[in-house]
Design a binder for this molecule. Structure first.
Ligand SMILES: NC(=O)c1ccc[n+]([C@@H]2O[C@H](COP(=O)([O-])OP(=O)(O)OC[C@H]3O[C@@H](n4cnc5c(N)ncnc54)[C@H](O)[C@@H]3O)[C@@H](O)[C@H]2O)c1
Length: 265
């Protein structure tokens, strides 16, 4: 018996990195995961081979509303339900500048399409997926929306336009969604690694020479499992820092120690 037995969880950006690690941990806890990644993303099919029959890969670009509707329809039809959405898909500053921390790019050197792409993938995607899932979750009287944003310091870091603002907007929207969903049985929480994590998003080898010192993706698993489970009933509008999750504590105590109200409160 796992704490996530019979839970069906949509994880966006599941082909690699934090999304793949969370998918693996959620499946180990008993869940079925609908793992979503971009239409041309071959890594998603490799993840499916590695993660087994409880990982259902689905190719979709979640920056568009029609694709988000298809993700929800696929979860309901192919997996037979939908209980949890993990809004994890995103693009990082490495798309703009490999050495984005040690040699930052000022905002006036960006092209407007770079700003729009980052907001489409990091912010609008979270809204569109939540919008597509919410009616079903509200109707069943139980659900979870877990949004991956970033550390507060990254949101305002020099040279981190547009990544920082795109995540700050997602953070603010998470708080609003939690309030809007109060009393429905559907909670909204934020989950962040708590520092630069060892994925392809971190490319600045001058700033981060030692990859072993980065947050390792499996650190996301314990808080993701707990938030996705019935054990977190009633916990909403909080931000969880994976790095601070102490696995030697009972999960409810670890959750209190690793979380605080989401947003700037
Ligand atoms: N790596 C870090 O240091 C770090 C720190 C804080 C927060 N985050 C956040 O964690 C999340 C996961 O990032 P990661 O580090 O695993 O990066 P990653 O690049 O390894 O994985 C991100 C995945 O999202 C997918 N994706 C992007 N846009 C998409 C879209 N529109 N539709 C479907 N899939 C899409 C990508 O194809 C990729 O597989 C992101 O939201 C990121 O901003 C990462």
């Amino acid at each position: 018996m796992g704490v996530l037995d019979s839970k069906i969880i949509v994880v966006t950006g599941a082909a690699r990195g934090l999304g793949k690690a969370m998918s693996e941990g959620l499946i180990a806890a008993g869940a079925t995961v609908v793992g979503v990644d971009l239409p041309d993303e071959a890594e998603l099919d490799r993840a499916a081979e590695a993660l087994g029959r409880n990982f259902l890969p689905f190719h979709a670009d979640v920056s568009g509303e029609a694709a988000c509707a298809r993700v929800v329809a696929h979860a309901l039809e192919a997996a037979g339900g939908l209980h949890v959405l993990i809004n994890n898909a995103g693009v990082g500053m490495q798309e703009i500048n490999t050495f984005n921390s040690s040699d930052p790019t000022p905002f006036w050197k960006l092209e407007p399409h770079q700003w729009r792409r980052m907001f489409d993938n990091n912010t609008t995607s979270q809204y569109l997926m939540a919008r597509a899932c919410a009616p079903h979750l509200i109707a069943q009287g139980w659900g979870r929306i877990i949004n991956v944003t970033t550390s507060y310091v990254t949101m305002i870091l020099r040279g981190f336009t547009p990544y920082g603002p795109s995540k700050a907007a997602a953070e603010a929207h998470s708080v609003i969604m939690a309030s809007d969903l109060e009393g429905t049985g559907v909670t909204v929480n934020i989950l962040v690694p708590g520092g630069a994590a060892n994925t392809r998003m971190i490319t600045d080898s001058k700033r981060y020479p030692d990859r072993a010192a980065l947050v390792q993706p499996p650190k996301m698993v314990a808080p993701a499992v707990w938030i996705a489970s019935n054990q977190s009933d009633g916990v909403t509008g909080r931000r969880f820092i994976s790095k601070n999750w102490d696995e030697s504590l009972p999960p409810a105590a670890a959750a209190i120690a690793a979380s605080a109200p989401a947003g700037w409160r």
